[in-house]
Write a protein that binds this ligand. Sequence first.
Ligand code: 1AL
Ligand code: ZN
Ligand code: ZN
Length: 443
Amino acid sequence: MVFDTVILSGTIVTESDVFDADIGIHNGKIVTICESGSIEVGDAKVIDASGLHLFPGLVDVHVHFNEPGRDLWEGFETGSKSLAAGGVTTFFDMPLNSNPPTTTKERFLEKQQLANEKSIIDYRLWGGLVPDNIERLEDLHKEGAIGFKAFMSECGTDDFQHADNDTLFKGMERIAELESILALHAESNEMINYLTDKAQKEKRLSIRDYCNSRPVLSELEAVERVVRYAELTGCKLHIVHVSSKRVIERIKEAKEQGIDVTAETCPHYLCLSIEEFEKIGPTAKCAPPLRERQEVEGLWNSLKKGDIDIISSDHSPSPPDLKAQESIFEVWGGIAGCQNTLHVLLTEGYHKRGVPLSKIAEVTALNPAKRFGLFPKKGSIRIGSDADLTLIQLNETFVLKAEDLKYRHKISPYIGKTFIGKTKYTLSRGQCVFEEVDEKTSV
Ligand SMILES: NC(=O)NC(NC(N)=O)C(=O)[O-]
Ligand SMILES: [Zn+2]
Ligand SMILES: [Zn+2]
């Protein structure tokens, strides 16, 4: 067999197994997986993976790259390079924060063209569900939207309206007809608006006050409502950035009742608590907010039990000035973290809490690929799949420095954090999209 690239003597991580093997790649696909030392190298490019673990390229279903319109916040080029540096080979870009948002076919096509020109890895685009575009959903679906995204609460910009109950219900009916899926930012607008106003009027403006203004109960109430709508409409749901085990358990209950719903959480909810938020400051502001330490541990328990389907980054950066507002309530809500998803999971999950490597591959690659119809092309290391791979030195420690980040703005709550598990190479359809520069040899 002829190969373009061979990866020798690595340890392969799949959703079900960890084993040593050689891999042969041809035309961007994995064409051979065989016993280490048995592959015919021929003229192929060789990557020596001895001592390295090969994970399936991550599928990050939740990033905001903000192009067009707010490309000074991020952009497809810097965003996709950051992902490649973190082992992500496919991303789904959210319809909001780009301006205009992706709520019509024309805007979808415009964004697609930009992503095509600039992204160094594979991607798909979400369409938006907003109060005035139910008639547009079919066009977006036909153009290839991976699904639709709606906010149940205000999203922090004026150009993407949150979905009131009427929009949500009618939108879900339509999305069910299209056999697509709705991703939801599930927080109760009424609860958080009330609590936010009250805190601000009473001049309770600390980081903890901000967190208390968006309680777990507001997530629970929103999820409760929307799973009922799903029961009635038959719409498939994906609940994004769940911050608490209580919410995960409510979603699990809905699954047991036959509702087609999946739960996503993000590395920051598994790594940072309110105490860290207080130390780090506005960089760590997000919505729903970071929670108490016991909630962090609760999510790890949910993950170990198999109750969390997907881990994605919710990378939502902003320029520094929007993170430097006087009141925490005014600061941009969104964490820049997409370069470090796997690093967080390996450090906090595998090394500190004994989470199996296969579980990490499952929630970062297999499950997202399956949920959104990309499997078996994406999501797993197997013969016939795209050669989307990331090679990791599992025991190498590094401290994240601002200059390591490939984001437009070198801002992240993880700067200064010690990670165990370092990315050496990332391949997207067989092409090297990231290779670690050896600090000792570079000048
Ligand atoms: N406008 C945003 O990007 N918001 C995002 N912000 C967060 N999560 O703090 C989100 O996904 O909700
Ligand atoms: Zn959100
Ligand atoms: Zn988001």
